[in-house]
Design a protein around this ligand. Structure first.
Ligand SMILES: Nc1ncnc2c1ncn2[C@@H]1O[C@H](COP(=O)(O)OP(=O)(O)OP(=O)(O)O)[C@@H](O)[C@H]1O
Ligand SMILES: [Mg+2]
Length: 237
């Protein structure tokens, strides 16, 4: 079926991503893919939302700071230990979660917050190496992102807008992109409106697992490369 976490780990059909052998259970480390993984400095990406894409064999976790619980429900449907999902209800719990995930060898933690500037979101922003603000191409969504942007600026954090659920045609995307570019950095590419995203969420999968070769996966992989580059730039400065 669809590959998941990357080199040294297994696809959801039990075959190794690197060499396609079938050494054992889903999530096991492939014995033939080589060396123990180098431990990298843990990065935290946070802000209004999260990307559920996985990296290149790096261990990823999600801290869910949104009481709506969309990610925990997704994780229940997933029925697989990766990625780790930790729910937090109090700002102080975020710090504890980040410390224990780092001790577990997690390299990237994505903190998903509600679309408000409540105390949980403020704490997540303060701890994030890069804040991602998903915005749909509508004036109301752009307006709704302003309080988050103000908070990010006040806390002097690095950030980018992610234009999400963009329709395949029409002028509203370019208008929204122009507005967001005037407010700050806009990540590329935009995330198009596609059924694969909804179906993956419903199936407890990442979109790159649900439809590996689909256009939605292609876009998410490219966006992930953009985000990774930004994270790298931040760790050098
Ligand atoms: N690119 C997309 N194409 C189609 N549907 C999408 C896309 N992105 C998200 N959705 C759908 O929109 C709904 C909300 O998505 P998601 O939970 O990612 O957004 P959110 O910003 O976290 O929302 P909330 O503010 O409610 O937490 C879900 O049903 C999801 O499947
Ligand atoms: Mg959400």
């Amino acid at each position: 079926m669809r590959p998941t976490i990357g080199k040294g780990r297994l696809n959801v059909d039990d075959s190794c991503v690197s060499c396609r052998c079938r050494p054992g259970r889903v999530g096991d480390v492939c014995p033939c893919s080589g060396h123990p993984k180098r431990r990298k400095r843990q990065e935290h990406a946070g802000g209004r939302n999260c990307s559920r894409s996985a990296g290149n064999g790096e261990r990823v976790a999600i801290v869910e700071a949104d009481p709506q619980g969309t990610i925990s429900k997704w994780k229940e449907r997933r029925g697989h230990p990766d990625p780790r999902v930790v729910r937090v209800a109090d700002p102080a719990e975020i710090e504890g979660a980040l410390v224990s995930l780092e001790a577990e060898g997690i390299w990237l933690t994505v903190i998903d917050t509600a679309a408000t500037n409540n105390a949980l979101a403020m704490h997540a922003i303060a701890r994030a190496n890069l804040c991602l603000i998903p915005v749909r191409p509508s004036p109301a969504d752009i307006e709704a992102a302003i309080p988050t942007l103000v908070a990010i600026r006040r806390l002097n954090r690095r950030f980018a807008f992610v234009l999400a659920q963009t329709p395949p045609r029409g002028c509203r995307v370019s208008e929204a992109a122009a507005s967001l570019n005037s407010l700050g950095v806009l990540a590329l590419p935009y995330v198009g409106q596609r059924n694969d995203h909804q179906d993956a969420l419903g199936a407890g999968l990442g979109v790159t697992e649900f439809a590996q070769e689909g256009r939605a996966s292609e876009g998410v992989r490219e966006l992930w490369r953009w985000i990774l580059k930004k994270l790298g730039e931040g760790s050098r400065s």
